[in-house]
Design a protein around this ligand. Structure first.
Ligand code: GLA
Length: 404
């Protein structure tokens, strides 16, 4: 179905010629480590076997044209020339512009940009606006198509260092849409490894794959509430990033570090190297700020423990960490909704070892983990919420299509 949406014949009907390339950019499900990537703290997502797919063909001019069969998304056209002006806030074309714009602005002297346009057709089997990173997958797909069309100079995506570099650039580049996101989504999309969770560390960016025990089953289910990262959820998301920054500054002062320079006062990674009592520090902060701080610090600790639990195939331990993460996101970070809470409770009631909202929250999906032998029971219990088994996939790829 998905490939149908970007099929060469459909491309020809749209643009009058056949495509020369195909891109797959996966979504991701975050297993744990929510709302802490923008604090520079490690997270544990995996790339999904559901993706944004794009067929494309380079043009002779600098125009980028992108169309989709997905209902409600009109075709987009803009010139691959810096600066690329954004479309209206929340418009899907801004993710396309972000992908191309990142490559162009990376071109100051290092040969990334060439202003080559391309035509593209896009489709997805990822639920959109559901916390599974369809938007970052779209940004990555656009950038990979642009590279395939010739905007990438010597960029070689089979090179691991190039992928890492591109993930970092696209994370920064996606802020073009107005959301102050961290770097988890783009990294998961580009660095995914089949069968594995990814421990993503920041500063410098790196990804370590951890094999997911084959007798575990991960299930994603949708609350039915849309969580638009560049729409309704954006204000809350950006407020949280500011609160996170405010909290770490207060924490350093509470710990008597006024003499650190400005940047040092903003580092969670450095802060977590210092021994301190979480409750003692958070009580020095104004109500909500203390709660935000409690979530961030406790979630960072849970990520480390969860990575160990995956390695040790400790399903019960991993599940408890997921549950604790959800409670923290609900009470301390205030990004859950009654529907997400109900879905988490339903999953646990159906024997899941653990469940939590995944992604930015404020709607979207949950992820639940269970033993493979309990999978049917869990899927049945979530049947009204579009459940699917999350399979960990490799990162984004592109292929050359031979034209007859
Ligand atoms: C969105 C952002 C990510 C991350 C998550 C919450 O998906 O794009 O960078 O902050 O929310 O963990």
């Amino acid at each position: 179905m998905t490939l149908d949406g970007v099929a060469p014949e459909r491309f020809r009907q749209t643009y009058g010629t056949l495509p020369t390339g195909l891109v797959r950019a996966p979504g991701r499900v975050n297993l744990i480590g929510e709302h802490i990537d923008y604090c520079g703290l490690s997270v544990l997502p995996m790339a999904l076997d559901r993706a944004v797919w794009m067929t494309f063909r380079a043009r002779d001019d600098d125009q980028v044209r992108v169309a989709t069969i997905e209902p409600g998304y009109e075709p987009v056209q803009f010139a691959a020339r810096s600066p690329i002006e954004p479309g209206p806030p929340g418009h899907w074309g801004n993710y396309l512009r972000a992908g191309v714009s990142t490559l162009l602005s990376a071109g100051n002297g290092d040969g990334l940009a060439s202003g080559i346009g391309f035509d593209a057709l896009v489709a997805t089997d990822l639920p959109v606006a559901s916390g599974l990173s369809s938007s970052s997958a779209l940004v990555v797909a656009t950038a990979v198509a642009a590279i395939g069309a010739g905007n990438g100079g010597e960029l070689d995506l089979t090179d691991a260092a190039t992928r890492l570099d591109l993930a970092g650039r696209l994370a920064a580049g996606e802020r073009y849409v107005g959301t102050a996101g961290g770097g988890m989504d783009q990294a998961a999309c580009l660095l995914g490894v089949a069968g594995c969770a990814l421990r993503i560390d920041f500063g410098p960016l790196s990804a370590t794959s951890i094999q997911i025990p084959t007798d575990w089953a991960l299930v994603v289910a949708h609350s039915g509430e849309r969580a638009e990262k560049s729409g309704s959820a954006q204000r809350v998301y950006n407020t949280r990033t500011e609160e996170a920054l405010g909290a770490v500054r207060v924490a350093w002062r509470v710990l008597g570090a006024e003499d650190r320079d400005g940047a040092g006062l903003e580092s969670y990674r450095e802060l977590l190297k210092v021994p301190f009592e979480l409750g003692v520090v958070s009580r020095q902060m104004d109500g909500a700020l203390g709660n935000r701080f409690t979530h961030i610090v406790s979630e960072a600790r849970r990520v480390g423990e969860a990575a160990s639990a995956v390695e040790a195939a400790d399903l019960a331990g991993f599940g408890e960490l997921l549950n604790a993460s959800h409670e923290s996101l609900k009470h301390d970070y205030e990004v859950s909704t009654p529907k997400l809470d109900a879905l988490v409770a339903r999953a646990i009631g159906a024997g899941a070892a653990g469940a939590r909202l995944t992604g930015a929250g404020l709607g979207g999906a949950i992820v639940a983990v269970t033993h493979g032998s309990e999978l049917d029971r869990l899927v049945d219990a979530l049947a009204d919420y579009d459940p699917f088994v999350a399979v960990a996939a490799d990162g984004a790829e592109s292929w050359t299509l031979s034209t007859p």
